[in-house]
Design a protein around this ligand. Sequence first.
Ligand code: FPP
Length: 253
Amino acid sequence: MWNIFKKEKILITDEYSIDINNIPSHIGIIMDGNGRWAKERNLPRALGHKAGVETIRNIVKECNKIGVKYLTLYAFSTENWKRPADEVNSLMKLLVEYLKVEFKELNANDVVINSIGDLSKLPLLCQKELNSAYEQTKKNKGLVLTLALNYGGRDELIRAFKKIHTDIDNGKINIVDINENMVSKYLYTAGMPDPEIIIRPSGEQRLSNFMLWQGAYSEFWYSNINWPDFKIKHLHMAIYDYQKRDRRFGGIK
Ligand code: FPP
């Protein structure tokens, strides 16, 4: 069983600490920089992704430990199919391997293994492993780990618009009842809070089609570290920075 954090504050360095009572409930991460990490080491890109999985292991564990309720990892976008077939295949293999190897420990630590995106386009084996992992962990009470796979924010919105249209046609809902809450319920993330913070390593400063609706008021945290080099201390730094932000949601203080 992983050690559950019990102290009131986590000390990061001598200079600052993060407040355990103000941990974001939902963290989204755009895992970026695997390819560059591999290139810097003259390694094939697939090994960059493999190293990225090691970071996933550590960050999932830490999020569960410090009380993050939802962690959403952008693992494969609707645009990533443009990559060479070899790379796509190695990513799908890593996904299956991750689920097989990590399942026992994640389940023992009360993690829900969830996924968002159009899974129907993924290889059947991936769909099978994802469904089975979810079915066996859906009643767990710890961190909800959501893997965004064949996920795109625009695709998610189009899917929601179509479903809303169908439900209006069927008389299930009325057009005057459409509001922000209702739209949220038609997204893959229905029932989850919006991410308070979105983290993107590797130096890029864009959303890349990640959580377009849900990220309307998310705080962004960028860094030059490539995902395989992203350590627990960087997660702590991101949370520390988040805790200093003045979140006004369009209002004034
Ligand atoms: C972006 O880096 C990363 C991805 C597109 C894939 C992320 C996937 C993993 C970390 C592993 C597989 C997932 C699971 C859930 C086990 P990039 O390739 O775009 O890096 P670059 O911009 O440096 O080329």
